[in-house]
Design a protein around this ligand. Sequence first.
Ligand code: AMP
Length: 190
Amino acid sequence: MRLILLGPPGAGKGTQAERLVTNHKIVQLSTGDMLRAAVAAETEVGLKAKAVMDRGELVSDDIICSIISDRIDEPDCANGFILDGFPRTIAQADALSALLEAKGMQLNAVVELVVDDEALLGRIEQRAKETGGARADDNAETLKKRLAVYHEQTAPLSAYYAERDMLSTVDGMASIEDVAAAIDKILAAN
Ligand code: AMP
């Protein structure tokens, strides 16, 4: 099982991915988590990415694609994976399709969680409270930037995957359980 979870920051991708990991014995590949780990470890990539992430902008496609390509080759990805937060640009989607083809792999589904911007602001503020501000980019100002970047650079991926007959959408405003049930239904059909 290989799938992409699409949706703006705070849409619930991480929450749904955790559930899918347990139920389908696959791994969650969150480029945001990988970058935060690189920042914490002060690796070369981490040092380059930190300021960009703090501003709510996107890290370069080259860096992200090489991280993902290497990660997909790890043995724990053999049973499948959920891409959470990747791809985020059309260039990344093109690169993903090329690298999957080169590895002889196919995607089963692309699931978009559809949520409106105002609800997201509330959710991110709640996450910031619950995690005690653990993420430097979970604040109202950076979130607005992240949402603007999402609409500009990532939202076009809906049409990209719809044109390729791969897109399924789910109402991300529904309860966690209802979103989970809707995703399960899509996966069962793919
Ligand atoms: P996330 O946890 O997915 O919201 O990602 C946090 C931040 O990491 C984003 O605001 C970007 O700065 C960076 N990032 C994560 N994934 C990507 C990606 N696929 N392409 C570019 N930047 C990314």
